[in-house]
Ligand binder design. Structure first.
Ligand code: HEC
Ligand code: HEC
Length: 148
């Protein structure tokens, strides 16, 4: 049973792996995106969600996870282009695009064990830099505060 579960995790995660954990994320990040979308939280790399998810997020900035994140109209096109061009893979046919990163199918199994002892206590897993010490630089691979 256990190995079946691990296989399932591997299958879910490998699709995003190659692009996601690429240290080149930062150089690809649009400066306007980093500024506008990195002021309240870390500027999440585009590859963590499929384009459809980003479209939905940009389409509802006035009601953005319970806050108003409306931007200047003029800064939107560059942000749209960055997110579209560097988005992760689309959801499998028939599957809904995830509403956010922490509910994405690749994210959940990767973070199944971080709620217990030994990990930084975070109010929300959305606070990536609490554990991924180099998240601001776009690096998430195996850089965690504790454990391992
Ligand atoms: C006014 C503050 C603010 C701005 C500006 C803002 N956000 Fe957010 N965003 C939030 C809050 C609050 C959350 C909820 C998560 C949390 O607890 O930090 C959130 C969550 C998210 C999430 C989901 C993270 C998860 O939990 O999976 C994504 C993706 C996201 N924002 C993208 C963006 C993008 C793209 C922009 C720029 C267009 C942006 N945000 C601008 C406040 C903001
Ligand atoms: C409470 C701590 C914690 C928080 C908060 C957290 N992570 Fe993680 N993350 C981990 C741990 C632990 C791993 C597993 C590391 C491993 O097994 O190599 C991980 C794994 C990952 C991986 C896979 C890295 C690899 O090389 O396999 C990515 C990508 C990732 N997290 C992104 C994020 C993003 C994006 C956020 C914020 C939306 C986030 N994490 C928030 C602890 C955290």
């Amino acid at each position: 049973m256990k190995s079946t579960w691990i296989m399932a995790v591997l299958l879910v995660s490998t699709g995003v792996e190659a692009r996601l954990f690429d240290d080149g994320q930062l150089s690809k990040m649009d400066a306007g995106y980093r500024e506008e979308c990195g002021s309240c939280h870390v500027a999440y790399p585009a590859a963590f969600l499929p384009a459809a998810s980003w479209r939905a997020i940009l389409g509802s900035l006035d009601d953005h996870f319970k806050v108003d994140a409306t931007l200047e109209e003029s800064s939107l096109p560059a942000i749209q282009t960055y997110l579209k061009e560097h988005a992760g893979r689309d959801a499998a046919p028939g599957m809904q695009a995830p509403p956010c990163i922490t509910k994405a199918p690749w994210f959940v199994p990767k973070h199944a064990r971080v709620r217990g002892a030994g990990w930084p206590r975070v109010k929300t897993l959305s606070n990536c830099p609490a554990c991924h010490l180099e998240a601001e630089s776009g690096r998430f691979a195996r850089i965690v505060a504790k454990g391992r």
